[in-house]
Write a protein that binds this ligand. Sequence first.
Ligand SMILES: [Zn+2]
Length: 224
Amino acid sequence: MTLAPAPAFAAPKEEPVDCEQVKCIALTFDDGPSKYAGTLLDTLKKHDAKATFFLEGQYVKSRPQYVKRMVAEGHELGNHSYSHPDFTKSDAATIKSEIQKTQDAVKKAAGVEPRLLRPPYGLADLQVSDIAAEFGMPIILWTAGSKDWSTKDVDAIQKQTLAVAEPNGIILMHDWVKQTVDGMASLIKTLKNKGYHLVTVSDVIKSQELKPGDAFPTPEGWES
Ligand SMILES: [Zn+2]
């Protein structure tokens, strides 16, 4: 019998979360990284919560340091276009360029490439699905929104998010809404008190076995 030698420098391994066994929720932040991203990352780190950032390439380019931190601190990155056009009103060449430029900007900033696509406004059609498939990405929408962009109120954002929170939910938020970032510590504590593990999108969609080009949750009118 031979024993495999223990690796000399074993990286500290985080216990994987099984979202089929425990209550999980994925907070997602669109359109960033915003100027508040550093504060948000501090809060997530302090409360040991993971999140997913659907990044806009133009801000990846202007604030690469936050993108680097997101990866280093265990968050997941998604592609949210370069300059936020409506993909359902764009031609194929524009969509491909918007996605590729953002992949390149993230790679340059943090050495990784996003593997999830969230089209601007969550709007997708067959053409968007085909292009997502070419990039090897599923399309990730959300199960519910925090409505943070419209209320811009710490209490209202918290109340709405708690009202729509559900196991394996994917919650739409925005890190450019200052009140979302201001209220994050309190929101995380409350979600944890309700038994939620704050995880990435890939954690909550694991059991869906999505293929590139698939959209989740399935948009209304799409055949599943
Ligand atoms: Zn957006």
